[in-house]
Design a protein around this ligand. Structure first.
Ligand SMILES: O=C(O)C(=O)C[C@]1(C(=O)O)C=C[C@@H](O)C=C1
Length: 297
């Protein structure tokens, strides 16, 4: 069976790069073949899995400069059935792509809001007067560049090569150690491979709402993990969208949900929460080898 993997498109996005890595890793470790399917948004990539159009989606979750990708968190909360299979950490090195011959000619810069935010100081220093135009992905505006010599886009070096476009500046992210964490998600019941991944689950991600906005309401859930010496690697709040000042809490914990201490923690947590969603346990793979990200052929 060949699996389909949804990702943010068009081709050349960082999400596609992470998906290509996963596709090659999956083939090497389990022999399972997969193909890639680009979608116009992160939400649509996740919905593709929920609707059964694809078996998997690779979506960005968190960036080391800009923090959480809120569309991923909000969509995961809404879609009940999705589970995280694996996390991937991709180094992000942005370039300025343009057919202009110098920075002085540029009047507009397009990119995904996360990428624009990761380069905001560079843009302020070298292109302080340009119009910044957010797009659905880093690659969405690339096809405009050959018609408009005053336009530029922030995307990866790999994207410039794929579209055969010139690079005007490299390494333009404000911090050199720029990384984005991606999640590989599937439907809960999907068996990706009969052969178990050769990785052990190190993290569990979950989210919950609280029954009432009272003093100490968040302390109790936090104490459950502290008492069992389970380390919290991320906590994030998102509006419930029901009323102003009411939040959902997203947590990443450093333990497998099947470990005895985590099982008892989750059982106790469910007594303090209104809705508790466990997104799954998984391991984290750093994407380092260029070979795996270059092509899918
Ligand atoms: O637009 C892309 O290329 C994406 O894959 C999206 C995305 C994100 O949403 O964070 C992924 C990695 C980078 O942090 C910048 C953009």
């Amino acid at each position: 069976m060949t699996l389909a993997i949804a990702h943010l498109g068009p081709p050349g996005t960082y999400a596609e790069q992470a998906a290509v890595f996963y596709l090659n890793w999956l083939a090497q470790t389990t022999g399972v073949a997969a193909t890639l399917r680009p979608y116009p948004s992160i939400a649509q990539s996740l919905q593709a899995v929920a609707k059964g159009e694809t078996q998997l989606a690779v979506v960005p979750v968190e960036n080391s400069i800009e923090g959480s990708v809120t569309m991923t968190m909000d969509t995961l909360w809404l879609l009940d059935s999705l589970q995280i299979q694996l996390a991937l950490v991709l180094p992000i090195a942005h370039t300025l792509i343009s057919c202009a011959t110098s920075l002085e000619q540029i009047k507009t810069v397009y990119s995904h809001p996360q990428a624009l935010a990761q380069c905001q100081s560079w843009l302020g220093q070298f292109l302080p007067t340009v119009q910044i135009i957010p797009s659905n992905s880093t690659t969405e505006a690339l096809q405009l560049l050959t018609q408009d010599l005053t336009a530029a886009a922030i995307a990866s070096m790999r994207a410039a090569e794929l579209y055969n476009l010139p690079i005007l500046a490299t390494g333009i992210n404000d911090y050199p150690e720029n990384c984005t964490r991606f999640w590989v998600t599937s439907q809960a019941q999907t068996e990706i491979s009969p052969q178990k991944y050769s990785t052990t689950n190190t993290h569990t991600s979950l989210a919950f709402s609280l029954p009432a906005n009272l003093p100490g309401a968040l302390v109790k859930p936090l104490q459950i993990f502290a008492q069992r010496e389970i380390n919290l690697s991320r906590i994030e709040s998102r509006p419930t969208k029901r009323s102003l000042g009411e939040y959902l809490f997203f947590m990443d914990l450093e333990a497998d949900r099947n470990s005895p201490k985590m099982q008892s923690a989750l059982a106790e947590l469910s007594t303090y929460t209104e809705i508790l969603k466990i997104f799954g346990s998984y391991s984290i793979l750093p994407i380092t080898t260029l070979k795996s990200v270059e092509s899918i052929d």
